[in-house]
Design a protein around this ligand. Structure first.
Ligand code: ADP
Ligand code: MG
Length: 147
């Protein structure tokens, strides 16, 4: 298993590509300050734990991907928190412990295929995070350091 890695900061606005309409909102974090950590990890789908300031700790499945609108040296960080929130939490402090890797970034022939794959990823993440080797990180102090 890979060493867990740690990313945090305020939740920023993404491109608003309608992910909420698709039922897959992603709480974007700025890659600023994380270029070393990001260059060590390939673009793709990861899972781990998310600590949201003042709220709690949740399972998350996350896309790390190239941002074609920037200079291709920065990746976007987009975790989907596996919890139903009743409101947005832009600007709130979010800390992530990334514990596992699912798959590389991929292209899809249709939006439906993409959505189906993301739901597969979610199921993989939800199950994996129940395993002792990943569950133990739910108590990582980094997740609560901002709660
Ligand atoms: P954006 O392009 O601005 O990131 P999204 O459509 O991806 O917009 O929605 C993400 C926003 O939705 C988050 O910043 C957060 O405020 C809110 N949100 C609500 N529920 C969730 C969730 N379960 N996981 C991630 N973000 C969520
Ligand atoms: Mg987003």
């Amino acid at each position: 298993p890979l060493e867990p890695w740690y990313i945090g900061g305020p939740v920023i606005k993404g491109f608003g590509r309608g992910s909420k309409v698709l039922g897959i909102p992603t709480a974007n974090l700025s890659p600023e300050g994380y270029s070393a950590i990001l260059s060590e990890h390939p673009a793709g789908v990861y899972f781990g734990w998310a600590g949201l300031s003042g709220r709690g700790v949740y399972k998350m499945v996350m896309s790390i991907g190239w941002n074609p609108f920037f200079n291709n040296t920065e990746k976007t960080i987009e975790p989907w928190l596996l919890h139903d929130f009743n409101e947005d939490f832009y600007g709130e402090e979010l800390h992530l412990v990334v514990v596992g890797y699912i798959r590389p970034e991929a292209n899809f022939s249709s939006l439906e295929a993409l959505i189906a794959k993301i739901h597969e990823d979610r199921k993989i993440a939800e199950r994996a995070l129940e395993l002792a080797q990943y569950l133990k990180y739910k108590d990582d102090p980094y997740l609560k350091s901002s709660l």
